[in-house]
Design a protein around this ligand. Sequence first.
Ligand SMILES: Nc1ncnc2c1ncn2[C@@H]1O[C@H](COP(=O)(O)OP(=O)(O)OP(=O)(O)O)[C@@H](O)[C@H]1O
Ligand SMILES: [Mg+2]
Length: 355
Amino acid sequence: MLLIAKNHVLQTALLRAGLPVVFHSGRSHNAAPMDVADEPILKITNLCKTYSGGSLALKNVSLKIEKGEIVALLGPNGAGKTTLISSICGIVRPTSGHITVAGFDIVSDYRKTRALIGLVPQELTTDSFETVFNTVSFSRGLFGRPPDPAHIEKILISLSLWDRRNSKIITLSGGMKRRVLIAKALSHEPSILFLDEPTAGVDVSLRKDMWKIVSELRESGVTIILTTHYIEEAEEIADRVGVMNHGEIVLMENKQALMRKLGQKQLFLDLLEPLQELPENLTEFSLELAENGMRLTYTFDTRAQQTDITALLDGLKSANIGFRDLQTTQSSLEEIFVNLVKESSSRRIEEGAEQ
Ligand SMILES: Nc1ncnc2c1ncn2[C@@H]1O[C@H](COP(=O)(O)OP(=O)(O)OP(=O)(O)O)[C@@H](O)[C@H]1O
Ligand SMILES: [Mg+2]
């Protein structure tokens, strides 16, 4: 069923209900806004969402994303990632706060902002009896874009769906259906693309295809925000990595900075004799004494040109410090992530927050 809606309130209601709507204004919605060109592509200010059942899903979230960035949002189940994305896309109504997309308010300029956005939802929902090609073409029409079979062909080829273009959606596998969702989200050439767990339950080849598509889209200036439970995915494609927990953003950091943290490595030396204090010739090293002087810990950066381990061992020898064992550890992004989530959860418990 296709509904043609001229009235904005009606269009919004139909879209929220998941019904296909044709915007009947005849105007292009993707034209760059002149007066708001300097605005970040996405600006979220003090966003809160409490669902009607009382569950507090977003707690004062503020965030700015610049045009062309790729941001990965990580976080445990129920952290609020989907609620955040759904709020930006106008699917969930925030309790309070403010969101702009390319400078346009998502409430008062709903049609403009929605046309700038492509969304690949976490849940698989699509018309079962339509063909792949028609579904994707139709999605483009929903945003008032003129038909462009060549563009649809390009998308379907890049997602390895071209051979299945005449298949009914119902006949596709789960991973292929997810590819169709991605194709639909790209059909109207959005400026900002939300991918809510795009690679959950899909095979390695789609994951690799996805990464390739994301990097091609970035080259064409599209901003991408994705949620994922695969930390290596964030590592592979993101410029910035955000971690959410209990409705809050507990970290939002440049990936390179995180990788530098990742590069921290520790060398533990178990000494033969306890050491009261560090000898003079070793003070230049980043060393700590622990376990009643029986263990020396040396922290160094694996990415540094020089790790100075040889110099440290020479220094130990000339200070007559013997050791019986040594081991090294390295913190992974996964550890950083798990620790952050643990820290923010225990802080909540200390503060007496409700679940
Ligand atoms: N429609 C809804 N009605 C009531 N509560 C909801 C609704 N949708 C989500 N929630 C609650 O809001 C919180 C955040 O859920 P959300 O789906 O945003 O988490 P998420 O980070 O996307 O999790 P996941 O990794 O499992 O997808 C959870 O406590 C969830 O139970
Ligand atoms: Mg989710």
